[in-house]
Design a protein. Sequence first.
Length: 202
Amino acid sequence: MRGLRSWLPTALQDAAFVSSIMFMILVGGLMLSRMLVATGVIDHMVDGITSVADTPLKFMIMVSILYLVLGCFLDTSSMLVVTLPFLFPAVVELGINPIWFGIVLVKLIEIAVITPPVGFNIFAVMSAVKGQATFADVYKGVLPFILLDLIVLAFLIMFPQLATWLPETMIRSQLLGRLCNDRDLKNRNPGLRFVARFGPVK
């Protein structure tokens, strides 16, 4: 019990401090996105993005380069809060599948958390090894994982079906299940069968 009292208050203070910073980032990003929408900056930025990247493939390559560069210097929450307000309208404008975009974005975030110099997972590993390895050793060890993640990212961009097949299958199964349930309900209820066949009574 004494050991718990020794570290628990400090842990709670650190957690509250980190949570406060995260909320400040989210609130600031929300205010920024509202300001961009109100001033019409979003529309101009979407027009500029779609004029440069006029196809989904070009747009996804541009987004990948942007997040790979930002991931070297920013944390993931800051990247999402700052960039999504003007990237997602461009996704809608180009007719890109939001599920595909979201999965590619998650993969980019996974690469960002192991990319030097601001890779949070790298700092977590350094705190876990407790001086048994240097930053250079950790950077060398993480390079193969970055290369493999880049290969997976390239496959996700070139073949969107790899990212969308499972979600679309689940959505179709859910819709089919609802349709079957509706048919069973109509078959059990004569009133619903009458409405389904002849329409509501006016």
